[in-house]
Design a binder for this molecule. Structure first.
Ligand SMILES: C[S@@+](CC[C@H](N)C(=O)[O-])C[C@H]1O[C@@H](n2cnc3c(N)ncnc32)[C@H](O)[C@@H]1O
Length: 160
């Protein structure tokens, strides 16, 4: 088991213990804010580069959006902010001329949002992809991604 996985398991256990402790001493509303402050403080030590946004973001409560998001990924929310921003922008396209297009479609999550937004409009949605995943990263792309990552099957995108 990788070290990061082991640390995640320990943190998960700790989360349960801290959650029970906070539940005992705070009301539900105060507990949520306290959890936020504790998490922000801890993150500022562990990963100072990450900037926390403010407490009480309403879109975190958007159950319909997260149902959609979790169809594609239940393991992380790394692109949830971008997807929500895209969904919000799409509410403005009614009077814009032209069709829509996504270049680099992966599993089709963003295209699903686009198709939903144009379903009653006289527009067509076009998608382009090699369906071979990422190409060989260059030095400036960093070391996180590798050739072939984010490869999706054309057939699964067609189903959307
Ligand atoms: C980051 S994913 C796209 C994520 C997607 N836009 C979303 O919002 O979920 C990148 C996609 O680009 C495709 N891709 C990468 N390089 C490509 C190239 N040179 N030509 C065509 N598609 C490419 C990959 O196959 C992959 O599906």
């Amino acid at each position: 088991m990788s070290k990061i996985k082991q640390i995640k398991i320990i943190l998960y256990k700790l989360k349960e213990i801290i959650g029970l402790f906070l539940k005992k001493i705070f009301s539900k509303k105060d507990k949520e804010y306290t959890s936020f402050v504790l998490t922000e403080t801890l993150a500022s030590y562990l990963y100072p580069k990450y900037r926390f946004s403010e407490f009480g973001r309403i879109w975190f409560e958007d159950k319909e959006f997260f149902r959609y998001y979790e169809k594609y990924d239940k393991n992380n929310y790394h692109s949830a902010d971008r997807k929500f921003f895209l969904k919000s922008l799409l509410s403005l396209i009614q009077n814009l001329p032209g069709d829509t297009v996504e270049c680099g479609v992966y599993l089709g999550a963003s295209s699903e949002l686009i198709c939903e937004a144009i379903k009653n409009l006289a527009k067509k949605h076009h998608v382009f992809d090699s369906f071979e995943g990422l190409s060989n990263p260059l030095a400036e792309d960093g070391g996180y991604w590798h050739k072939g990552n984010l490869k999706a099957e054309l057939e699964s995108v067609k189903k959307i």
